[in-house]
Ligand binder design. Structure first.
Ligand code: ADP
Ligand code: MG
Length: 733
């Protein structure tokens, strides 16, 4: 068996499974081997029908019969029904909305059924009494079902015996509709049994494996898919996590080395020069801000392109750092030129934010003899306007492109529109990316690869991420953390609210609104859930919540709605109205999370808080941390379970977003950290990010390997692996 062979050439695969495999991104036998179990279940959850009780989630093996596609008696919902039998009893199965399942399985087939046991309330109108009574009134509702060829040993026999045999580890794989964990397990075992693992060569150098006591590739694959004991699986996962972090580090460190070979601009401006500018602010900089500015100025002087990440909590004042370092650039002449200035590009993820920065930068720099421009999807602007030197004017795109290219525009602010090929600079010396996590790697690259000389790059983010994750995914960047908030801010009062106290909170909000303040109300959804989706999660939607609030709660106030499906112009108008106070309450999805600044908004209500990560909740509440008024954050949840309360407690007491990110990583599971996909890191590696030592070891090894052998010429396997990872990456984007 060749591991690179497409999977359908190795096994007979039905159409729905093909689709599912595609969704899981499994193309080859090797991909399948790298589809790791999400967890290890206990075989003990396998049960006999006679022993079932309501509410349990179980696996049952049995013979299926009376398969029927039908419609529910009164609601006419299409459904499939069947009866499942084993030696101990019978139970009814119902698949609402999935009548076809009844046609996919032959009568009297041996099947594995996995699902939750429900109990039906007996109704006199039930016509189908006899089958429903099959096993008292228990039934499986929409369980997973799969044909099997045999019942695993242990079920109904020794499994429930005294010897405890049953507790061997049984891998549970991430599934996709059309493919079950069991299918994945069996096919992976077939690949392993074929001996194909012997053809694998371990890309990790043996001395590294030895040093960290990691299992070899082959052993690890066997361990992860069929562990004999818990330690096997742990060791294997550790190895794969290490491998992945090592590869990410190698990539990032390589990029870093390449980047540092590029030519850049030497900008010789010292702290005194910047002080002339910063004294214009109505506040003095925090130590953290000063420190960040000094670090950047130092990078500017070195002639090597800077690549720096500025991580700072919401409201920590990143814009002021960006502006004062931009000041150093736009007050510098291009080399051998006694006119004009070096240029700055400032990219923001949304039009609202880009426009807001454009306005702020006009304020900051209006005393300088320079032009500032804005480019977004909906048009271009320039300051100063010829007709009205105190303000900006709309200009055509072609004018903007011309003036950017000939160097007349010193600061160009914009959205993604900024990275189009047609946007060319004369002396782009400084590229700033705001809320950089909103951009893909390629977009960041497109911004800096504008000219022969590399601009200095400053990436900014308020997304607090755990240190281990930062060291990994930002391994190519230098890190500056703004770990200090400007003084004088009253800490925000965060209060979890029990459903019964909803009205009391609305009254408190009303009081704030009457005092002239404004409020955000954040909902987890845009629209009402699709009523046809029977099991769709019920969560408050922005649109319906706005309507309800206007009708029932706050008829005397103006309410606006904001969500990602609005057109950019509508978003901008709504934001503008909110900023100007035309709107009192902004009901929004989490799109406002990013950087928006409305100092008069002092209250935020967050609905369905369990749907957000803590770090994200923290960012949301940062929206009302913008002024000296006391700010309030009321958190509504759909449940008040112990876990939810613990999380909310953390939200109340945490000193900053980083602490909360660490909490998310520990308690909510790595996969929940705003989705591991966002970081391009697998679930296994995310798990490992809880282990700082391991991350540091992988980083150190990557550095050492590249220092000893810059091109990795002695490690062809590593290089090959890196190349294939790269291809995957390009493929995803
Ligand atoms: P973020 O880091 O979230 O981008 P901003 O740059 O938007 O934060 O700053 C938030 C607010 O804090 C702004 O209104 C800004 O003027 C103000 N600010 C920034 N630095 C200071 C400081 N050192 N002292 C007081 N206020 C400051
Ligand atoms: Mg900001």
């Amino acid at each position: 068996m060749r591991l690179t062979a497409p999977i359908e050439t190795l096994f007979r695969i039905a159409e729905p499974q093909k689709k599912a495999l595609k969704k899981l991104r499994i193309k080859t036998a090797e991909d399948l081997l790298y589809h790791f179990p999400a967890r290890y279940g206990d075989v003990a959850e396998m049960r006999t029908i006679g022993s079932l009780a309501q509410g349990e989630t179980v696996v049952v093996f049995g013979t299926i019969s009376k398969l029927q596609a039908t419609k529910a008696f009164r609601t006419k919902i299409p459904m499939g029904t069947a009866e499942l039998k084993d030696d101990s009893g019978k139970i009814q199965i119902v698949w609402f909305n999935q009548p076809y399942i009844a046609k996919m399985i032959p009568e009297d087939a041996l099947v594995r059924v996995e699902g939750r046991v429900s109990q039906r309330r007996p109704k006199s109108s039930d016509t189908n009494r006899s089958t429903l009574n099959a096993k008292r009134s228990f039934y499986f509702s929409n369980p997973k079902i799969e044909k099997v060829t045999s019942v695993p040993t242990g079920v109904g026999g020794s499994l429930f015996g005294e010897d405890g045999e049953a507790h061997h580890l049984h891998p549970v794989y991430p599934e996709s509709q059309g493919i079950t964990s069991n299918w994945l397990f069996h096919h992976i075992q077939k690949i392993i049994a074929s001996g194909a693992l012997d053809t694998l060569v371990d890309p990790i150098p043996p001395d590294i494996l030895e040093k960290y006591h990691l299992p070899s590739l082959k052993t690890a694959l066997i361990f992860i898919h069929a562990p004999q004991k818990a330690g096997d699986a742990v060791g294997a996962r550790k190895r794969f996590a290490f491998e992945e972090v090592l590869f990410i580090q190698l990539e990032k460190q390589k990029e870093r080395k390449l980047w540092q070979k590029e030519k850049s601009f030497t900008i010789e401006k010292g702290e005194e020069h910047i002080a002339e500018f910063t004294k214009r602010f109505p506040f003095s900089f925090t130590n953290a801000q000063n420190h960040a500015v000094s670090g950047i100025l130092e990078d500017f002087r070195r002639g090597v392109p800077m690549a720096r990440l500025l991580e700072g909590d919401v409201g920590s004042g990143k814009t002021a750092v960006a502006a004062s370092t931009a000041y150093a650039v736009i007050t510098s002449r291009p080399k051998d030129q006694n006119y004009g200035t070096l240029q700055v590009a400032y990219m923001a993820p949304t039009e609202i934010l880009a426009t807001q920065h454009f306005e702020s930068f006009i304020e900051y720099f209006k005393h300088l003899p320079i032009s500032i421009a804005l480019i977004t999807g909906s048009g271009c602007r320039k300051f100063p306007s010829k007709v009205n030197p105190a303000g900006w004017t709309d200009i055509s795109r072609s004018q903007l492109l011309k003036w950017t290219k000939n160097g007349e525009i010193a600061v160009l602010i914009g959205t993604h529109a900024l990275i189009q090929k047609s946007v060319q600079f004369k002396h782009l010396a400084f590229a700033i990316i705001d809320e950089q996590h909103r951009f893909g790697v390629n977009q960041r690259k497109a911004l800096v690869h504008k000219e022969m000389r590399m601009p200095h790059l400053l990436s900014m983010t308020a997304t607090p991420i755990p240190r281990t994750l930062a060291l990994t995914v930002y391994g190519d960047l230098d890190l500056t953390v703004l770990d200090e908030l400007p003084p004088g801010r009253k800490p925000i009062i965060t209060e979890p609210v029990a459903p019964a106290n909803r009205d009391a909170v609305y009254e408190k909000v009303r009081k704030e609104l009457r005092a002239g303040r404004q409020a955000y109300i954040i909902t987890p959804r845009i629209d009402e859930p699709d009523p046809d989706k029977e099991f769709a999660v019920q969560a408050r939607s922005a649109k319906s919540e706005a309507k309800r609030l206007k009708e029932k709660v706050f008829p005397e106030f103006d309410i606006g709605v904001m969500h990602s499906k609005l057109k950019d112009t509508e978003k901008e108008r709504t934001m503008e109205d909110f900023k100007n106070g035309k709107i009192d309450i902004l009901v929004s999805t989490s799109v406002v999370e990013v950087g928006v600044n409305v100092p008069n908004a002092t209250v935020i209500i967050i609905e369905g808080a369990e749907r957000f990560g803590l770090a994200q909740l923290h960012q949301l509440r940062g929206r009302v941390l913008r002024s000296s008024h006391q700010a309030y954050c009321y958190v509504f949840t759909e449940s008040m379970g112990a876990k939810t309360l613990d999380r909310l407690k953390a939200l109340q007491t945490a000193k900053n977003g980083f602490e909360l990110a660490e909490y998310d990583l520990k308690f909510r599971g790595a996969g929940q950290l705003s989705g591991s996909k966002q970081w391009g890191v697998s679930d296994v590696a995310m798990e490992a990010l809880q282990n700082l030592k391991m991350v540091e070891a992988a980083r150190a090894e990557a550095r050492r390997l590249l220092e000893e052998d810059e091109t990795l010429s002695h490690y062809p396997l590593l290089t090959e692996h890196l190349t294939s990872r790269k291809q995957d990456e390009i493929h995803f984007e």
